[in-house]
Design a protein around this ligand. Sequence first.
Ligand code: NAP
Length: 486
Amino acid sequence: MKKKLVFLMLGNALLLGFLGGCSASLEEQKNTAFDIKNIFEKENLAPIVVVGSGPAGLMASVYGARGGKETFVIEGNEPGGLLMKTTEVANWPGETMIEGPQIIAKLRAQAEHQNVTFVQDHVAHIDTDRWPYTIHLESGKKINALTIIIATGAEPRMLNVPGEQEYWGGGVTACAVCDAPFFKDEEVVVVGGGDSAVEEAIQLSPFAKKITIFVRKGEMRAAHSMQERLKGYPKIEVKYNVEIQKILGDLENVTGVELYNNKDKKVELFQTTGVFLAVGHIPNSSFVQGTLKTDPEGYIVVDRRKTSVAGIFAAGDIADKVYRQAGTSAGSGIEAALDSVQFLDDNGYTNQVAQQIKTQLFSENDIALQSNDLHELSSMEELTALVTNNPDQLVVIDFWTETCSSCKQMISLLKESIDEFDGSIIFASVDADEAVDIASTYNVMKVPALITLKKGVVQDKFTGFLGKKELRGYLEKQLAEGHLEA
Ligand code: NAP
């Protein structure tokens, strides 16, 4: 059984009492002329555009729509964000235990209930020279936005060593707040030399038997005061000049690491059951670099939820390197939406104006999927016929079930890829609970799962959720491998 890592929302970070936010301050805002008359000659208007569809983005959309303003969510390449990759969440408000993708499915359903429009696209850049602001989407479409809420999150930085992906959720994690209780009386390691590494180690100390911090340099980067705090925790030891080369395990859980000492050049086997990464985060802010004020690490600088451009707000991890919790993100999304609604009210976006521009709104028809050519298979006979009729193409089968919310997200991403891979791949979907013969033929025990067939023979099998970018990468890899063998 894989060690299940749980995502806890309200962290010891609060208990430990460190406060702060982005260190850079928002001295002044860029104010463009907000003349409501400007909007009447524009097409593709949107009063509120939320960029990002994690908890911050979804809650912002709920409040935007509840505030009576038409709200659009640009979902991004990985709809749902980091929670889509989280197994169980133990302290999402009101839930004793819930899966990350389920939280997203519920928030999304709530947003859909409020008539929020979801746009399956990615923002390339935002032009703030004139108001309304122009959002340029990767598809080439443009939206004229009256207000924008950026909620694109941040990703934990990875070590990129063998075993890291394989044992992710089986002992490798980037969240001590979430997973520390699973390592009771175990020996664990924290990787990193910054303030986060110190925080993570301290958060682990009530649970783990021994915590070793691996620092790659001869000294820690963490603040002196933080390093001093470590002295009060005898279970924590710091090892300098060491780098993990490889994470080892027993197929399910981590059992140790191969540790390289860059001073004496020796490699040792270090036994551990948990590897906590604290090597920094990468905020997803490249598309606003030069447009909005960011700090040296790329986090958007905010004053409450306001960014450096009036009418543009930021919520969630993109503007928060301290708390980084799903609950705090959702809360900041709510704040950003309330600010957006206030901004619209303050600048003359009345109910009457809303009525007047109804036909100029960004239209759902423009964004409807172009193709729905997904073969829904219900038996082995149908699959055999599909393979026989398409001997020169790869067949990618997406296995799903009715109760799997991440499966539904993945199917809609797969549908988007159909046009992109125009005819070079045949796409099929299988309800693993219904078409039991197909599922058992390919030994599909978990969903979502992808099977790639070449001339009816399995070329690849993958189990798990893939975001848009990863899915595209997966399909490109299948095509490349398929051609090599051809
Ligand atoms: P950070 O300050 O960027 O530190 C990252 C650490 O990871 C550095 O020691 C770095 O090593 C190490 N590292 C990076 N890549 C690595 C790799 N591949 N292998 C091994 N080590 C690697 O990140 P952070 O600690 O997450 O802190 C981020 C920001 O939040 C900072 O401004 C911090 O002050 C703030 N923060 C504050 C608190 C607090 O006030 N209590 C708590 C948490 C975070 P090198 O030093 O060798 O580059």
